[in-house]
Design a protein around this ligand. Sequence first.
Ligand SMILES: C[S@@+](CC[C@H](N)C(=O)[O-])C[C@H]1O[C@@H](n2cnc3c(N)ncnc32)[C@H](O)[C@@H]1O
Length: 409
Amino acid sequence: MQVELSNNVERRNDYTFKYNEHFGRHGWLRLTPAYSVKLVREIILKDCKKGDLILDPFSGTATTGLVASEMGFSSRLFEINPFLIWLGNVKCQNFSANELEKLQAKFDQCLEDVAMSDNNWVPRIYNIERWWHSYTLFILASIRKNLVETFGEPNGNNYPNLVWVAFSRLIIETSSATFNHISMSFKESTTQYGLEQIKSLFSVIFSYIITSSKAQLLGNSQVILNNSRDFQFASDLLFDEVITSPPYPNRISYIRELRPYMYWIKFLKNGSDAGQLDWESIGGTWGTATSNLKKWKPTNNNLPERLYAVCEKIKGSEDKNSEVMSSYVHKYFDDIYSHLRNISRLLKPKAKLNYIVGNSSFYGYFVDTEKILSESMRELGYKKIVIETIRRRNTKKGLYEFNVKAVWN
Ligand SMILES: C[S@@+](CC[C@H](N)C(=O)[O-])C[C@H]1O[C@@H](n2cnc3c(N)ncnc32)[C@H](O)[C@@H]1O
């Protein structure tokens, strides 16, 4: 195994989601741990030849699929979160100029007709008053009612879904959520907006989404529901290239970040569904995950020695949660190991893999994700394993992002 470590690893904002905000469809909705368009482009340019089929088993906001399609490649992406599957498929869809023109006219009319009304449906998000001022919420609920009457609820690959993507952006822009940290947090107070203010914001967001939908995508990319730990995905497709960023072992919960969208667009109904979905996800840590971890038993017994050593250190820390944190890290790598074993049956001989991962730290002990991942790959028969350091992360000292590269057999 070869390790490439640059002496001067910079923060490199161009290798984060921040870079994506100015790239049309890539900027529609933010998911903090999305990776950079530039990074994916560079990997495709380096690794892929015409006609290669690309796989991303952890789709997130479908960055890989959208970049692949923009560059004329086809791809399949797997994801466990139904909201992200829906969003990813809308992002990777082509729309005709005629469709977009009609949709814009219908949207303008709908917005003009919005009437404030009482007793509209609002999502059952815990502590909703922390997210939106009660008057702002009243306006959003009235707008939502009009959208449903005009366009119907979001479904599949229907072009009115662009309206619902714009609505998702509207609810986040009018909320007290802030994204200054690695994960989402709240401003001190909520803001009371007026109807005209919200309508004009919605109109601006929608125009931006319509404008960015005009560019025609050259490749075909689809996001498919699949648990990438076990792979129930049945298909004859074999892939030439894997480009992906799995969750990191850092206790960030995607469900926590995505709650507002998921509730408003009706992909989540209550807190227990949220907890269950997070438990199914690799690295999940929300709701019931903690009590489930206490009962969890390893499924693989040949994980890298380095993992057992760091889990012992974490467990020995003097903290009331040290045992559960140790199980959290152990389970994360147990899941990743199962994933790496199961994904190999979808790969062509000599398929290239790129896993963008970050290390983490628990009670001052570093979890060297890149090394544990590469040692797991070696154990499972992957070849030519190289660790490239991409950037230093903005958070705690000693945290980096890596590309762990390998070739299948
Ligand atoms: C780091 S994010 C991927 C971000 C993506 N590269 C982007 O640019 O948006 C990891 C994703 O893996 C998904 N995920 C977690 N566990 C999964 C599983 N078992 N099967 C499929 N997807 C999973 C999460 O829902 C999350 O969207």
